[in-house]
Design a protein around this ligand. Sequence first.
Ligand SMILES: CC(C)(COP(=O)(O)OP(=O)(O)OC[C@H]1O[C@@H](n2cnc3c(N)ncnc32)[C@H](O)[C@@H]1OP(=O)(O)O)[C@@H](O)C(=O)NCCC(=O)NCCS
Length: 231
Amino acid sequence: MAQGGLYSIVPVQEKDADDVMKLLKRTFFLDEPLNKAVGLCSSETDPCPELEEYCSHSLMEGLSFKAIDHEENIVGVMISGVCPLKEDENGNDLLSQALKCQNPKFQKILHILARRETGARLWERFPHEETLVEVKVAATDHRWRRKGIMNALLKATEKATLQRRIRLIRMDTSSAYSAMSAERHGYTCVYSALYRDIKLDGQPLIVPEPPHNEDRVYVKMLFEQESISVG
Ligand SMILES: CC(C)(COP(=O)(O)OP(=O)(O)OC[C@H]1O[C@@H](n2cnc3c(N)ncnc32)[C@H](O)[C@@H]1OP(=O)(O)O)[C@@H](O)C(=O)NCCC(=O)NCCS
């Protein structure tokens, strides 16, 4: 899928794992608004095993896409996976993970992610769905930003989700720009909180720089039951 001859969007393959991680370490690890505000990594060589595990987890489920330039360098990535609507109650839910986390910076992020679950309550909104596809990570190389790569990656993810016959897609946004992408694609916001109001023990957990003021969960129902069209 050529995009004006600048880049192409193709599925992530096993051979891409190292290059995807390199891209994430020089982008997402440093400048995703929550990671940046909490100072999760100070440089692209600074390790964060918790975030590496989070990013690697769904990479090979066949729902992740990369943007490549004409030399096949990876210049953008979107990582997605199939998830239940309700977290497991086996002690591995996000709040339990937050309480057990040994990395105090990552722990704050996990608390914010846990609030999304109780704020969005997707299992109550969509009682007939068992699974959804969740967009977990989106990152574009600095030199390639604002060229529509995230929008194109989201479109490819939606198409792959349709092909799996999964109706619901979810994208949580800490970045005002990924929220814009969700809005452009017709997603509905089902949870929104100002970072300054997301508190633990009376103190805001993390307050990123403007314009990244709100934490949001977006969803989109891709098709009504019994009317699937993959175009
Ligand atoms: C968020 C991110 C992935 C967007 O990638 P991108 O390829 O530049 O996004 P796109 O060019 O497809 O733009 C998506 C939307 O955001 C808008 N946007 C992107 N960057 C913007 C900026 N700096 N200022 C204003 N709007 C911006 C675009 O105009 C577009 O909205 P539109 O479709 O209504 O015009 C990229 O900024 C990034 O890697 N950030 C660091 C990691 C991160 O925050 N990931 C997302 C976490 S939820």
